[in-house]
Design a protein around this ligand. Sequence first.
Ligand SMILES: *[C@@H]1O[C@H](CO)[C@@H](O)[C@H](O)[C@H]1NC(C)=O
Ligand SMILES: *[C@@H]1O[C@H](CO)[C@@H](O)[C@H](O)[C@H]1NC(C)=O
Ligand SMILES: *[C@@H]1O[C@H](CO)[C@@H](O)[C@H](O)[C@H]1NC(C)=O
Ligand SMILES: *[C@@H]1O[C@H](CO)[C@@H](O)[C@H](O)[C@H]1NC(C)=O
Ligand SMILES: *[C@@H]1O[C@H](CO)[C@@H](O)[C@H](O)[C@H]1NC(C)=O
Ligand SMILES: *[C@@H]1O[C@H](CO)[C@@H](O)[C@H](O)[C@H]1NC(C)=O
Ligand SMILES: *[C@@H]1O[C@H](CO)[C@@H](O)[C@H](O)[C@H]1NC(C)=O
Length: 678
Amino acid sequence: MTSRRLTAWISIALLRCTSGLLNITFINDLDVDCSLFWHGTNAGPRKDFGPVPRGGGRKLLEVAEGHLFTFARAGTLFPLLRITIDPESRSYVINEDNAASSSAACAASTADATPGSLGCSAAEACDECVQLPGCGWSTVRHGCVAAHAVATNRTCLERAEEERSAEQWLQLAETLMDPEASEFAGLASLRAAFEALENGRRVAESAESGRRSNGTLKSILRWQAEVRPKLEAVLDDLDAERLIATSRHASLASLKPRMVARRKLADAMDFISRAEPVVITDFFDGNLSHPIVQKWTLEYLRRFMHGGFYNVAADAARACCQYYEPRRIAAEAGYPYPFRPRTHLYRDHFEGFVGTLRESPSETEPRLHYLHDILMERDAAPVVAGEAATPQIAADLEEMVTALKPLAKMQPFFGGVANAKLWIGQKGVTMPLHYDSSDNLYVMAWGRKRAILADPGQYDALYPYPNAHPLAGSSQVNLSNPDLARHPGFVDVLLSETVVGPGDVLYLPGYWWHQFEQPFEDTASVNLWSYELSDAPPASMRDERIRGSALHDHMEREMVKAFKSKAGVVLSAMASGSGTHKKAWARANRTLHEAAQEWRRWMASLPNVADTAEPSELVKDFLQRYRGILAQRWPGWAPGVEWNLSEMTALEARLQARCEPAPKTATYASVCRWPQSR
Ligand SMILES: *[C@@H]1O[C@H](CO)[C@@H](O)[C@H](O)[C@H]1NC(C)=O
Ligand SMILES: *[C@@H]1O[C@H](CO)[C@@H](O)[C@H](O)[C@H]1NC(C)=O
Ligand SMILES: *[C@@H]1O[C@H](CO)[C@@H](O)[C@H](O)[C@H]1NC(C)=O
Ligand SMILES: *[C@@H]1O[C@H](CO)[C@@H](O)[C@H](O)[C@H]1NC(C)=O
Ligand SMILES: *[C@@H]1O[C@H](CO)[C@@H](O)[C@H](O)[C@H]1NC(C)=O
Ligand SMILES: *[C@@H]1O[C@H](CO)[C@@H](O)[C@H](O)[C@H]1NC(C)=O
Ligand SMILES: *[C@@H]1O[C@H](CO)[C@@H](O)[C@H](O)[C@H]1NC(C)=O
């Protein structure tokens, strides 16, 4: 009985083309028929190939990259065996997860397999969907997906038979999503509002409605664009895999990034206590009273944020946005590095920023905007962008901290909540690869973000900017277009990837490199940084991956402290053995030896660390290595040159009309006056 199998053979030769006919032989030696269906990459309509008869069968299928197909027990949608076409490895992947039980389930008369999103997406209507255990209907994807607390509802909203004009549908939607209305019930209201907008759109787009509806249609589409990302989520592991695969930079495919684990809370604890990244998928399930997940929309924040100034960055698509150290610090250090910022950092009122997002959607503007500001100060004082939070936002933030603190406490050296930051940005924004030293919990308010992570250390593969550079802590490698001639070590980098959506929590340990991108839609997120216990050992001592380069980083940092803008000149001269002032040389030699000596003392305090070499050896190693990396470490280096702002992205005319250049030593380039009242 157990020898009975359901198998597929795929002609590998035919996989060499990314699209074409695939000759598949199915063998089904079960004593029941199984059916076969497949899905396109965009979870397009189901295509049924009917039963695979007992004893085998042969089918020619037209397939393309990323196509998935599934066997299910005949007459059901329960997936039994999944096959993914992966042209990269020129092979196919059979998901064996359910394979063992599959055969049995296929043969069994009662189907008890748990359907994933594949099984669900085979249902074509809401009524059919909610009959399937574990499936829910998504208002925004118009499809049946794995039940997800944020993205789906087990109740099919009444298809409106009633006659309403587009304006009336719009009015109904605006009432439903009004965050100040007493009936406002978070996601349930937003889902109902989205449906009302759909109805309104249908009416407005119908031929007979004519010119009258154009203004209404515009409002409907704008509200839909705002609500849609709130109701999107990462549905399950398969959905995550698909999103990652379809949005991956071509340049990273050959590096074969791993997928960050997605786990339920109970299984995620281990990851947190080991300081390994993990996406917790069920943190908000069963309790949707959390305001950030449940209620925060752009409109909600517009009503409740205070009128102070918020930091915003603007830059071209795919280059937005880099964050750099303020000019004041650079000026004080004598401009250690010639820098030509492209990202335009400016400050605006929240209302003004909301106007920018609504009036310059990413589809029509080549320029993207990204708001990023501190939401909370150490030990959770609700201070937003430097001013006391409004009561509503203060209450929301307190709830967030209350909810996340048990997770944060699992972090190995948790000392307390350091602060929180709000990030709101347009589709297309990329925050380039960098690392922070604090543990981080990341929650999406709306939209899905893609994250590319790299294990701590890896300095040789990732070419961080030097200390004192305005982009210190960031990698010089552009992940969408790595320059292997300049950064050959990049081929050895170890990457992992994930997508996080509303309802997920990403735990991102300190020192993990991360690049956040939003290729799918506009997003907003809040992250919570922790500080460590005051007697926690430094990370470089706890983590061998960092230790190797930490000495060199320490030496360089001490040199920058001692020589400010001249550190690079002195280091280059020492490393290459070319002449420099005797006095400077002696002082640099002393600085490096002292740094090495200090390092030895730290190392000596560690258990299980072999004897560290003599300081003179360490200094020699450092200078030798420095010689090798000099060209990448300080490219085009020339100290004492003021930043050249001529390449900075110009704000659009609408913003220029109310924004003016900031003082030269400000941390931002422009500041915007209060916008015209709406
Ligand atoms: C498909 O494979 C079978 C078995 O190898 C072969 O007999 C048949 O000709 C193939 N069909 C096509 C169109 O390649
Ligand atoms: C699903 O939608 C219905 C109709 O809007 C609503 O009454 C119900 O509370 C929703 N359920 C959940 C879990 O959101
Ligand atoms: C309404 O908008 C559509 C498309 O946006 C346009 O083709 C049409 O000309 C507009 N109608 C009027 C009367 O403005
Ligand atoms: C990274 O490379 C992409 C693709 O070539 C380019 O569009 C983008 O501007 C680059 N980013 C930066 C910060 O230079
Ligand atoms: C749900 O979450 C809210 C906010 O974090 C909290 O106040 C409430 O106690 C939670 N309820 C349950 C049943 O867990
Ligand atoms: C550098 O400093 C060390 C320790 O103070 C000393 O032993 C060494 O001679 C110095 N080297 C040079 C070239 O000055
Ligand atoms: C800034 O750079 C531009 C070229 O990108 C150059 O034309 C201009 O002279 C520079 N300005 C200064 C003050 O160096």
